[in-house]
Ligand binder design. Structure first.
Ligand code: ADP
Length: 184
């Protein structure tokens, strides 16, 4: 359910929606992961339950091969039983560890770059770091909007034509919509 939309000069759309990210009609979704890609609770748990064990198996193989996932360089796997081409596993900061804004921004821009590299044209993000990781929702909303806007101003011809932020709970949706109204 799309609640707000903004179109960048290059024609790409940014949408704010409410819903379950596993039900989005996009080519790829971003997971709010941890560095070891151990998908347990929160949105990661929902993705794993619906996608099945293949996602955890591929994630384990990724960490064995590349080591822990850093903020700026998300991992990716296939989606198991979910109808996406890929799942991008981005690692946001934990509130209190320091430098949260730039780490969250790196996770978002790294996901956009990776999606583009994978040939993805539509991508949905959850509100990375605002659940178990405890980053304040208003700060996360500002970082999301600024990072996505910066990305499309630096890549005005990006073929990534849709970026949707899919918020699950109503309090988070409301904060993102308020931030969007002052930002647009
Ligand atoms: P983090 O550990 O990065 O904080 P969480 O998964 O705990 O990640 O929470 C991130 C956000 O994802 C929260 O706003 C939470 O409400 C939301 N969320 C939980 N389940 C879903 C889902 N199925 N689809 C979209 N967002 C979800």
């Amino acid at each position: 359910q799309v609640k707000a939309r903004y179109q960048f000069p290059g024609g790409q759309n940014l949408e704010i929606a409410q819903g379950d990210i596993t039900a989005e009609d996009v080519e790829a979704i971003v997971n709010a992961a941890n560095a070891m890609l151990q998908h347990g609770a929160g949105v990661a748990g929902a993705i794993l339950r619906k996608g099945g064990p293949q996602i955890q198996e591929e994630s384990d193989a990724w960490v064995r091969q590349h080591g822990p996932v850093t903020h700026g360089r998300p991992a990716y796997t296939h989606a198991g039983r979910l109808p996406f081409r890929y799942i991008i596993h981005a690692v946001g900061p934990i509130w209190g560890e320091g430098d949260e804004q730039s780490k969250l921004s790196a996770a978002i821009s790294g996901s956009l770059q990776l999606a583009e590299m994978l040939g993805i044209r539509s991508l949905a993000f959850p509100a990375i770091s605002t659940g178990i990781f405890g980053v304040p929702k208003d700060l996360a909303a500002r970082v999301f909007l600024q990072t996505i806007a910066d990305y499309f101003s630096q890549s005005p011809n990006s073929p990534l034509s849709l970026v949707r932020i899919t918020l699950y709970d109503t309090p988070t949706l409301e904060v993102f919509l308020e931030t969007f109204e002052t930002w647009r």
